[in-house]
Design a protein around this ligand. Structure first.
Ligand code: ADP
Ligand code: MG
Length: 328
C-alpha cells in the first residue's frame, strides 16, 4: 500500500463578521495520511469542520497553514492550472445531488460531460457509451439514465452523481455526507453501492458523515473530529469497542445499534462551541465528563498510543482498555 494523500498541519480559517475582527478556525492543524484503496471515515457533529476539510483537500477553500501532498507531491502550492491536471484522480461527491447535475441535461449527458476535458479524443457516442456502461454499474437503467434530474428520485440522482465522479477513473473520492439527504432505506443501498465500488475498483475514499454508525459500517479506519481538530484516529475494530477519547465515547453512546449497552442520548452542540477552537486547552474541555485543570490550559496533541491508534487527550493513558459507556 502506498500513501495517496498526506495532510500536514492543515488549517483553514473563515473571517467572522462584526467587530472586533475575529476568525473562525474551522480546521485546526489537521494531519493524517490515507493509503491507496483505503476507505477512511471522518465523523463529527455538524459544524465541526468536516466539509471544510474535504474542500481544503480539493483546493476549494484556501489553507491558512499546512500542506497537502497527493501521491508524494505537494499540491497546495500548485497553480490552478497545474492542479486541474490532477483533479482527474481526485473527485468529490457531496450531499446534494441536485447541485452536481445540470437540470437541463439528461443524467447520461451529465455523467459523460467530464470526459470532454479528461478524454478529449473520444467522440460524442463513445462518451455516451462509457457513461451508460457506468450508470448500469451503479444500478441505473438506460430508461432512467435518459431522464432529466427532476424526473428522478434522490437515491437515483445520488447514484448518477457517484457515476459522474467515477467516470474519470479517480484514485480517491471524497464523499461528503453522500447519504444524509436520503431516506433511511435508500441510504443503505447507496452505502452498499459505495462498498461494492470500492471492492471492485480498489478506489480510496474519504467518507465524511455526522453519523458514526454509517462511518463505522463502511470504513476500516475512522477519524473523529471535534471543533476543527482530529481528536482520535483508530481502526474501527478498536474504536467502536474501546474508544479512547471522551468525545468518541459520547458519539458512540448516541448510536444504540453499535453500542448496545448504552441508552441513546441526543448530542447537541452548545452555541458557545461553534466559535471554533483555536485557543489554548482541549477543544472538548467544556463538555468533557473527565475534564481536569490541565485540559483547560494545555492543548492535547494527537499522539500515537499504540500502533495505528492516535488520540488527543491528556488522560487517555488512564483508560487503556477504552472508556466504558456512560452510566445512566
Ligand atoms: P461540517 O461539515 O462538519 O458541518 P463545516 O466545514 O461546514 O462543518 O463548517 C465548519 C465551521 O465553519 C462552521 O462553524 C461553519 O459555520 C463555518 N463555515 C463553513 N463555511 C463557511 C464560510 N464559507 N464562511 C464562514 N464560515 C463558514
Ligand atoms: Mg458538512
Amino acid at each position: 500500500m502506498s500513501v495517496l494523500l498526506d495532510l500536514r498541519g492543515v488549517t483553514v480559517r473563515y473571517p467572522l463578521t462584526g467587530r472586533p475582527r475575529r476568525e473562525l478556525v474551522a480546521v485546526d492543524d489537521v494531519s493524517f495520511t490515507l493509503e491507496s484503496g483505503e476507505m477512511l471515515g471522518l465523523v463529527g457533529e455538524s459544524g465541526c469542520g468536516k466539509s471544510t476539510l474535504g474542500r481544503a483537500i480539493l483546493r476549494l477553500v484556501p489553507l491558512a497553514a499546512g500542506e497537502v501532498h497527493w501521491q508524494g507531491r505537494r499540491v497546495d502550492t500548485l497553480s490552478r492550472k497545474e492542479f486541474r491536471g490532477l483533479r482527474r484522480g481526485l473527485q468529490l461527491v457531496f450531499q446534494d445531488p441536485h447541485a452536481c447535475l445540470d437540470p437541463r441535461m439528461t443524467i447520461v449527458e451529465s455523467v459523460s460531460e467530464p470526459l470532454r476535458s479528461f478524454e478529449p479524443g473520444l467522440s460524442s457516442s463513445q462518451r455516451t457509451e462509457r457513461a451508460a456502461a457506468l450508470l448500469d454499474k451503479v444500478g441505473l437503467s438506460p430508461e432512467l439514465s435518459n431522464r432529466y434530474p427532476h424526473q428522478a428520485s434522490g437515491g437515483q440522482l445520488q447514484r448518477a452523481v457517484i457515476a459522474r465522479a467515477l467516470i474519470s477513473n479517480p484514485q480517491l473520492v471524497v464523499c461528503d455526507e453522500p447519504v444524509s439527504a436520503l431516506d433511511v432505506s435508500v441510504q443503505g443501498q447507496i452505502v452498499n453501492l459505495l462498498a461494492r465500488i470500492r471492492r471492485e475498483r480498489g478506489l480510496a475514499s474519504l467518507f465524511i458523515s455526522h453519523n458514526l454508525a454509517v462511518v463505522a459500517g463502511l470504513c476500516e479506519r475512522v477519524m473523529v473530529m471535534y471543533l476543527g481538530r482530529i481528536v482520535e484516529i483508530a481502526p474501527r475494530a478498536l474504536l467502536v469497542p474501546a474508544p479512547l477519547h471522551p468525545y468518541t465515547r459520547m458519539l458512540l453512546d448516541a448510536v444504540p445499534s453499535i453500542a448496545p449497552t448504552a441508552r441513546r442520548r441526543p448530542v447537541t452542540v452548545a452555541p458557545a462551541d461553534v466559535q471554533g477552537s483555536g485557543g489554548a486547552g482541549c477543544a472538548f474541555a467544556a463538555r468533557c465528563p473527565h475534564v481536569v485543570a490541565r485540559c483547560r490550559s494545555e492543548r492535547p496533541l494527537l499522539q500515537t498510543i499504540r500502533e495505528g491508534r492516535l488520540v488527543a487527550c491528556h488522560r487517555a493513558a488512564e483508560w487503556p482498555a477504552g472508556l466504558p459507556p456512560a452510566a445512566h
